[in-house]
Design a protein around this ligand. Structure first.
Ligand code: PGA
Length: 253
């Protein structure tokens, strides 16, 4: 079901004390404030069980930053969908551009990961987006189309409805450069139209498409007000409760 979502991707930040403190602050914030969106976090894998304990009543969704495409076995350093399900995680980010850039992740692998997540009842948050060069050469629509098709279009209509998509232009991640609300809206509408062409408008209208890339307290509201933008995947600004809560409030009137 299409929902408004603000998700924090903590990346490789915070020791256990700091992680616990931010989770406690977030729990307090959620208890004291009604929010017009779901709030999710993706802390480092090491802290997922702690997160599940702290958010025991699902006040905040608990996501991993990545997961394996394989079920089990000799894959040192990896975590599986089954492990995530067993600690009652809600889902996993899949295909983040940093995984693509530093760990050679491909859309073919993302496709397997998305399926592995869905098979275990987890929500995949599938990320895509173009590089600066691809945007400059006018290929951004084409690139995002190819990514979306390769990673997602083997799914059934029932399956794809359960996926959350995060459009994250690589040139806007951690750079302080944000896509303008119009640039982001153009791609979000494009992704939704691709899904509509393949699965029908009704299915496309059920999918939440988040924007990621330098979302901050002062630009969140405008970005979230675009018709095809259903929330954000937030990196740097998810690491402080003051900033993250203001972004969540981007959904308040
Ligand atoms: P950023 O990261 O908000 O720090 O740009 C976004 C992301 O990578 O998910």
């Amino acid at each position: 079901m299409r929902k408004n979502i603000v998700a924090g991707n903590w990346k490789m930040n915070k020791n256990v004390i700091d992680a616990q403190q931010l989770m406690a602050q977030l729990l307090e914030y959620k208890k004291e404030n009604a929010t017009n969106c779901e709030v999710w976090i993706a802390p480092p894998a090491l802290y997922l069980m702690m997160a599940r304990d702290i958010f025991e009543n699902n006040e905040v969704g608990v996501f991993s930053q990545d997961m394996s495409e394989f079920a089990a076995g000799a894959y040192t350093g990896e975590i599986s969908a089954d492990m995530l399900q067993s600690i009652e995680a809600d889902g996993s980010i899949i295909g983040h551009s940093e995984r693509r850039q530093y760990h050679g992740e491909t859309d073919a692998a993302c496709n397997k990961k998305v399926k592995a997540a869905l098979d275990k009842g987890l929500i995949p948050v599938y990320c895509n987006g173009e590089t600066l060069e691809q945007r400059k050469s006018g290929k951004h629509l084409e690139v995002v189309k190819a990514q979306t098709e390769e990673a997602l279009f083997t799914l059934s209509a029932e399956e794809i409805k359960k996926v959350v998509i995060a459009y994250e232009p690589v040139w806007a991640i951690g750079t302080g450069e944000t896509a303008t609300p119009e640039q982001a809206q153009e791609i979000h509408a494009h992704i939704r139209s691709l899904i509509a062409a393949k699965y029908g408008q009704e299915v496309a209208d059920e999918i939440s498409i988040l924007y990621g890339g330098s979302v901050k307290p002062d630009n969140a509201k405008e970005i979230f007000s675009q018709p095809d933008i259903d929330g954000g995947l937030i990196g740097g600004a998810a690491l402080k409760i003051e900033d993250f809560s203001k972004i969540i409030e981007g959904f308040n009137n």
